[in-house]
Design a protein around this ligand. Structure first.
Ligand code: AMP
Length: 456
């Protein structure tokens, strides 16, 4: 097969030349996750991992890049995500590809491609990773952001929807961010079609009151008008027919059962007839997750989800009902900070190894390695030469014991063990450092876990 023509990257444009004169900067809407916040990320991820294990969800990682058509077919060609927000490009082989804007489409593709239909159903999968949308950056809205999500594929029963909602409800509760669920049903393709026509009939004579986006949506994406945030559109929609009044018997029955299960599980929810979500693949149950007290702030949603009973078939698989939810990590972390939630921190080092002089440095390097291999958590800083500097760093790190190696210790084949609280020092034989250190550690280490408060 002849190779497709590749385009060469040039860096000679005026704009790029200008940029080369300045230090490089983050792209708009992107964010570094710096070391000082990593413990909150680790904590959040560990909670998600534990919950997934508890409920039998297996981890899946799909690629960051997929064919653009996957998202156009699943999320929907006329949605904001596909129309305006995808990072799409043609690769060197001429293929149209996009950075994933959400997780469900890739998982549906993987379910079909790996024949997961042959596994016991429902197949329960969860994910955690970066996603990309060319959104207008603002607080809590980035162009690269993280989501975790849970998907239960291959079961149509309403208890599956309810259990998924219970899963995310308990996750937030456990983390310490209580949430309220907003819930609606968008019906199936049959009853939704009839409802859409009713909505079109209601909107057409009132078109002039709609915003420009919604005027276009009447024909292309009617349901989205329901959750437009424009005040005039909102007012107009207050008297519009509501989808829950036009569900067919099966969809109504499904919805009622989901709500009954949620009542039983004591999950707090509000019915929201305007909730349709911005993705085309949803059928029947749709829901969004709001921090308690921020239920009316559409910018505060932590996540959302629902059923997508037609998606797998639409992508070429066998008809397979499914349900899932996705949650934004940055938004969750924002709430963890606001609530000043106490999270466990990484354990402090057991000991600091300080050195003075070239030969002590060599010996200390070896000692650090030996102690580390014996599972002692060792801190050191070989870029600092002064003893005072090193010991003050040890104090900052909260280390209780320091080992000091200087010229004299090298000659005597000894080490100084310093109690950082009292300042008392003891000389020990180099070969007995480990034993003496262990003894001291048993005396000084409190048997409690470290915690720290985030934010505030
Ligand atoms: P969606 O996939 O649009 O339903 O979004 C689910 C959740 O992902 C939202 O409730 C947010 O918490 C998060 N999210 C979506 N888009 C962004 C973004 N651009 N920046 C940060 N978080 C986002």
């Amino acid at each position: 097969m002849p190779r497709k023509k590749t385009s060469k990257i040039t860096i000679s444009s005026k704009k790029t030349e200008e940029k080369f004169k300045k230090p490089p900067q983050l792209l708009r809407g992107m964010k570094d996750i710096l070391p000082d916040i990593q413990d909150v990320w680790d904590f959040t991820k560990a909670e998600v991992d534990h919950l997934a294990q508890d409920y039998g969800y297996a981890r899946i990682d799909t690629p960051l890049l997929e064919e653009t058509s996957l998202f156009a077919r699943s999320v929907g060609e006329n949605t904001d995500i596909v129309e305006k927000e995808m990072f799409s490009f043609i690769d060197k082989g001429g293929d149209h590809i996009s950075l994933r804007p959400e997780g469900t489409a890739g998982i549906a593709r993987a379910y079909i491609e790996h024949g997961m239909l042959n596994q016991p159903q429902p197949v329960r999968l969860y994910y955690w990773g970066p996603f990309f949308r060319y959104d207008r950056p603002q607080a809590g809205r980035y162009r690269q952001f993280y989501q975790f999500g849970f998907e239960a594929i291959g079961d149509e029963q309403p208890i599956i929807d309810a259990q998924l909602i219970v899963v995310c409800f308990s996750l937030y509760k456990k983390i310490g961010v209580p949430v309220v669920i907003q819930i609606n049903s968008v019906g199936c393709k049959t009853c939704r079609k009839e409802y859409e026509q009713l909505l079109i009939d209601y909107l057409n004579p009132r078109k002039k009151f709609l915003c420009e986006d919604c005027k276009r949506r009447i024909q292309k994406n009617t349901l989205r008008i329901l959750d437009c945030k424009n005040p005039e559109c909102r007012e107009l929609m207050q008297d519009a027919p509501q989808i829950v009044d036009h569900l067919d018997e099966e969809c109504k029955d499904h919805f009622v059962k989901v709500l009954e299960y949620l009542d039983e599980a004591e999950v707090a929810y509000n019915l929201n007839p305007y909730l349709v979500r911005g993705l085309d693949y949803y059928t029947r149950t749709t829901f969004e997750i709001y921090p308690e007290g921020k239920e009316n702030d559409s910018q505060a949603t932590l996540g959302g989800g629902g059923r997508y009973d037609d998606l797998i078939e639409l992508l070429g698989g066998r008809p397979t009902p499914a349900c899932g939810f996705a949650s934004g990590v940055e938004r969750l972390i924002l709430n963890i900070k606001e609530k000043e939630i106490i999270i466990p921190t990484a354990p402090k080092p057991d000991v600091f190894v300080a050195q003075l002089g070239e030969s002590a440095k060599k010996k200390a390097l070896k000692l650090v390695e030996e102690l580390r291999q014996k599972k002692i958590k060792v801190a050191s800083n070989f870029s600092k030469d002064g003893l005072k500097n090193q010991l003050s760093l040890a104090s900052k790190l909260g280390v209780k014991i320091s080992l000091i190696l200087g010229q004299k210790e090298i000659l005597d084949r000894t080490v100084l063990i310093r109690d950082m609280e009292s300042g008392s020092q003891e000389v020990v034989d180099f070969n007995r450092v480990y034993e003496e250190l262990k003894k001291k550690m048993e005396k000084t280490q409190p048997i409690i876990q470290n915690n720290h408060r985030i934010g505030g």
